[in-house]
Design a protein. Structure first.
Length: 169
């Protein structure tokens, strides 16, 4: 077997312009929010965390921390169309990033849940619009990132989400 010493990015090898995030690094964008659930919230509730996220952002890490929420055993993290004219945007894929997160136990910052747990290695460099199933030509101007509570729980709880992105334009 030969010793390799080469660029792994196909654009660089072909002499093309490459996305900075893939070869030299890019500025990190961080979005963060904290909110409270209520004991009276219903299963199926959608908590829109971040509005109209840039479609060219690449999610690199999303941390979910929470108080213990009794019976809050099934939470998803995914994409929705933004609300327009007072009408909530439709779901694109409610669990594209995380499916079935269990918030019934507390998760501190040192043991945060992985909000990108369902994103495999082959999809880890995808832009938001690609995760949404869109192309450069069909992308939206922005996408909402939301938690969907399939089993919201029966207690009040605080949830904090910190999302890290790089620009992949």
């Amino acid at each position: 077997m030969a010793v390799e010493n080469k660029y792994i990015n196909a654009d660089i090898v072909a002499g093309k312009k490459a996305v900075a995030a893939f070869v030299q690094g890019a500025e990190l964008f961080v979005a963060m929010t904290t909110f409270e659930t209520a004991a009276a919230d219903d299963d199926g509730s959608v908590y829109r965390l971040f509005k109209s996220v840039n479609p060219h952002y690449i999610p690199v890490k999303i941390d979910v921390t929470n108080d213990a929420i009794t019976s809050g055993t099934d939470w998803d993290l995914g994409l929705y169309l933004p609300s327009k004219d007072g009408v909530d945007g439709a779901v694109i894929n409610k669990d594209i990033f995380a499916d079935g997160m269990d918030l019934s136990s507390a998760h501190l910052r040192t043991a945060a849940l992985d909000g990108l747990v369902t994103v495999d290695a082959a999809s880890s460099l995808k832009r938001i619009y690609e995760h949404a199933g869109d192309t450069l030509a069909t992308r939206e101007l922005g996408y909402d990132i939301a938690l969907t509570a399939n089993a919201v729980g029966s207690a009040i709880g605080t949830i904090t989400v910190v999302a890290y992105f790089v620009y992949g334009g």
